[in-house]
Design a protein around this ligand. Structure first.
Ligand SMILES: Cc1cc2nc3c(=O)[nH]c(=O)nc-3n(C[C@H](O)[C@H](O)[C@H](O)COP(=O)(O)OP(=O)(O)OC[C@H]3O[C@@H](n4cnc5c(N)ncnc54)[C@H](O)[C@@H]3O)c2cc1C
Length: 429
């Protein structure tokens, strides 16, 4: 087929994306870059910058750079320079450079999740049109053979039927379309741990661009700055997550925006005052604390059903360990956009299956690796072998063992430097 004819075919194709989160918006930009018509429906009536900090790995930053968004990312987030692991006594057990400092041609970014979403939304509206996202429309049911979807406007009660050649369910961890395909799956699987998330304005610690994991498998702190220091006051917005084991069924609801008081979780961290960070003071400096049970779901046998497929958290929700939620959604989007671009309307179900064959096994491995603590496993090694601290790191674990823990996880999540850099070199020509 000539290129010209193929472009005509591509332009005749209509893709509907359900969910204007990080994954859905990234996919829309990638489809647009490949001349494929698409639009989005989003349940929330008004998209606002919700959430706290996340990290976007170089593999995903490379994809967003190819969409021309590097400058906007750099203006919004900060480049993560290193990742450091500390015991609950504040002793360093492992650190490694990240992003450009580790040899990638693109940075790793620490960024506010809501600001990243707004940045992508703005680019979608500029490139696809102001009306590309229909907000306030919730997907309730889909006919995967006909490519028809029923949408509900909760405010007015109005229902609409829409048709598309392909429908992408990027509607997050509580995906309505996933539920339709897997009605017996039930609620997300509780890990036995609860997370409390917040941001505090304060002096950045260590390099000022360090991401810190401290504690052990049953009590942990994750913290990193997500804004550049203020020119005069030197303060940044510092993201933090406190995690505690809470056996049982866990809090009943997993809502990203449920607020609780500091007294609910701060007690066990009262003694975590180290010479480089005062954790109780960090906690007190925040004004809103969001509680979220740590949940995921079992990997699915398949994501694609006729003209519908799943993407991002709808396909593979995972524990927020190793900074992969947003990154893997962007990587899904890249593979799916390529498969759609190489397909004709009639062959879209096969294109979805090829996308799934690539991405399902990879993301299933990450879901399982995160259940085993991912790279944070190193903290538990030190907690078990040296619960009262140590004088030399290598009295507790050899350099080789530490390197193996870090390298093992990177291999699973596809953080291979050469693959990312080869993509960037090809892009820069
Ligand atoms: C409000 C919010 C806050 C978050 N905060 C954090 C955070 O602080 N830290 C963190 O690590 N991760 C956070 N996440 C999750 C993180 O964004 C994802 O893990 C990751 O970015 C993968 O993105 P996604 O696009 O697959 O899913 P999401 O980013 O969850 O996006 C899914 C989108 O689909 C929409 N949607 C849901 N149901 C329907 C439906 N039936 N019809 C139409 N639209 C629907 C949602 O409103 C949302 O906009 C948050 C997610 C949300 C929705």
């Amino acid at each position: 087929m000539s290129n010209r004819r193929r472009i005509c075919y591509l332009r005749g194709m209509e893709i509907l994306i359900v969910g204007a989160g990080i994954g859905g918006l990234s996919l829309a930009l990638m489809l647009h870059a490949r001349n494929i018509r698409c639009s989005l429906v989003e349940a929330t009536p008004e998209l606002r910058p919700l959430g706290v900090g996340i990290n976007v790995q170089p593999s995903a930053v490379a994809e967003l750079t190819m969409l021309g968004l590097l400058d906007r990312l750099a203006a919004t987030g900060i480049e993560t320079a290193e990742v450091c692991y500390y015991t609950r006594h504040g002793q360093l057990v492992w650190s490694e450079p990240r992003g450009k400092a580790a040899g990638y041609l693109v940075p790793q970014f620490s960024i506010h999740r809501g600001q990243l979403q707004m940045l992508l939304l703005q680019a979608v509206r500029e490139r696809l049109g102001a009306d590309a996202v229909s907000a306030g429309w919730e997907a309730v049911e889909v006919d995967p053979d006909k490519g028809e979807i029923t949408l509900l406007n909760r405010a007015s009660g109005e229902r609409r039927l829409r048709r598309a050649d392909g429908i992408i369910s990027a509607d997050g961890i509580h995906s309505a379309l996933r539920r339709q395909f897997y009605p017996d799956e039930g609620p997300a699987r509780y890990s036995g741990h609860v997370l409390w998330r917040a941001t505090t304005i304060g002096k950045p610690f260590l390099t000022g661009r360090s991401m810190v994991m401290a504690g052990h498998a049953h009590q942990k702190l994750v913290t990193y700055p997500i804004s550049r220091p203020h020119a005069e006051r030197g303060e940044s917005l510092i993201n933090w997550i406190a995690e505690l084991a809470v056996p049982g069924d866990g809090p009943p609801k997993h809502d990203w925006n449920k607020e609780v008081g500091l007294e609910v979780f701060a007690g066990p961290f009262a003694s975590w005052t180290w010479d480089w960070l005062d954790v109780p003071a960090l906690f007190r400096g925040a004004s809103n604390y969001f509680e979220f049970p740590m949940v995921d779901r079992d990997p699915l046998p398949r994501w694609s059903h006729g003209r519908v497929t799943l993407l991002g958290d709808a396909a593979h929700p995972m524990y927020p360990i190793g900074s992969n939620g947003a990154t893997q959604a962007v990587l899904d989007a890249r593979v799916l956009a390529d498969q759609i671009a190489g397909s004709l309307v009639a062959d879209l179900p096969s294109a979805f299956e090829r996308y799934e064959a690539d991405r399902l096994p990879k993301t299933a491995n990450i879901v399982m690796a995160n259940r085993a603590q991912g790279p944070d496993h190193v903290l538990q090694v030190f907690e078990e072998r040296a619960p009262n601290g140590f004088s030399q790191v290598h009295d507790v674990a050899s350099q080789q063992e530490l390197e193996d823990i870090a390298a093992g996880y990177k291999k699973i999540v596809g953080l291979d430097i050469e693959t990312v850099n080869a993509k960037m070199r090809a892009y820069s020509g």
